[in-house]
Design a protein around this ligand. Structure first.
Ligand SMILES: Cc1ncc(C[n+]2csc(CCOP(=O)(O)OP(=O)(O)O)c2C)c(N)n1
Ligand SMILES: [Mg+2]
Length: 280
């Protein structure tokens, strides 16, 4: 049976800095990719993999009893890769091969090339449905493993997300937790300028999910939300995480609408890493 890794608070905080560091260095070296997308999800994925939530075994990535995390907003691949490397799925040094020809660290996650990647994503809107397939399969197999799926707020404009919400609600998938990374921005503009989601929580609840809203950068709130999710019976859960696109790097935070899908320029990298404060 896989184990959940439960690190102490100081270690968790250092891991968030390491993961932010690795997101920046990999995308800047690649000269492409999505650092701002990845930076908004760091506390959530760190807590999933190291805060006693996900049960997994990097030595046995296909263990049928493992919990699953599916990154539906697949362009956040640099963040997923950084946490998978920290968890021991592959060497951390490989992160610097991001987007190189032949590297399994493709621009979007490829489940056939990299251990720990549960679903090939990047075409937005699909991951929630894939997660439902896993959750149903686990239920049929009478396993107590759980499925976590993260969508973006811009992604949540897609119809397929709501078909999936309807299904998860109607079928009482208590082993499924949806996380909405609500960083307020999509590709070129604020979500509110394009297709406001509000009242998001009411909508999700009306589809039959149990909903909570948190500050997605508070390790305490994130941990409590996952505890809460595991305690909900008979219903799928949604965690709406309010986050900041580009969190931790002032250059990106100052203008999130302009930095989507753009790496930090090489001459700004040192300042960004200093702001992040990673010790490595
Ligand atoms: C089906 C589909 N349409 C369009 C795109 C192009 N695209 C990539 S990222 C993105 C914006 C996503 O915004 P959001 O879901 O809020 O993610 P964030 O980067 O803010 O975390 C778009 C439109 C895509 N990958 N897939
Ligand atoms: Mg967004």
């Amino acid at each position: 049976m896989p184990q959940a890794r439960t690190e102490d608070r100081a270690t968790l905080e250092e891991l968030t800095r390491q993961i932010r560091h690795d997101i920046v260095t990999a995308t800047t070296k690649a000269g492409s990719g999505h650092p701002s997308t990845s930076l908004s999800m760091v506390e959530i994925i760190t807590t999933l993999y190291f805060g006693g939530v996900l049960r997994y075994d990097p030595a046995n990535p296909k263990d049928p009893d493992r919990d699953r995390f599916i990154l539906s907003k697949g362009h956040g691949a640099p963040g997923l890769y950084a946490v998978l490397a920290a968890a021991g799925y592959f060497p951390r040094a490989d992160l610097l091969t991001l987007r190189e020809l032949g590297s399994p660290l493709e621009g979007h996650p490829n489940m056939n090339r990299l251990p720990g990647v549960e679903a090939s994503t990047g075409s937005l809107g699909q991951g929630f449905s894939l997660a439902i397939g896993h959750a149903l399969g686990l239920r049929l197999d009478r396993k107590d493993a759980r499925v976590y799926v993260m969508v973006g707020d811009g992604e949540s404009e897609q119809g397929q997300v709501w078909e999936a919400a309807m299904y998860a609600g109607n079928h009482g998938l208590e082993n499924l937790t949806l996380i909405v990374d609500r960083n307020g921005y999509q590709q070129t503009a604020a979500v509110n300028e394009v297709q406001p989601l509000d009242p998001l929580e009411d909508k999700l609840a009306s589809f039959g999910l149990e909903v909570t809203t948190i500050d997605g950068h508070s390790l305490d709130e994130v941990a409590k939300a996952f505890d809460w999710a595991r305690g909900v019976k008979g219903k799928a859960q949604a965690i709406v995480a309010n986050t900041v696109k580009g969190k931790g790097v002032s250059l990106l935070e100052a203008n999130p609408g302009s930095w989507h899908g753009k790496p930090i320029p090489a001459d700004e990298e040192a300042k960004a890493l200093e702001e992040i404060g990673a010790s490595i």
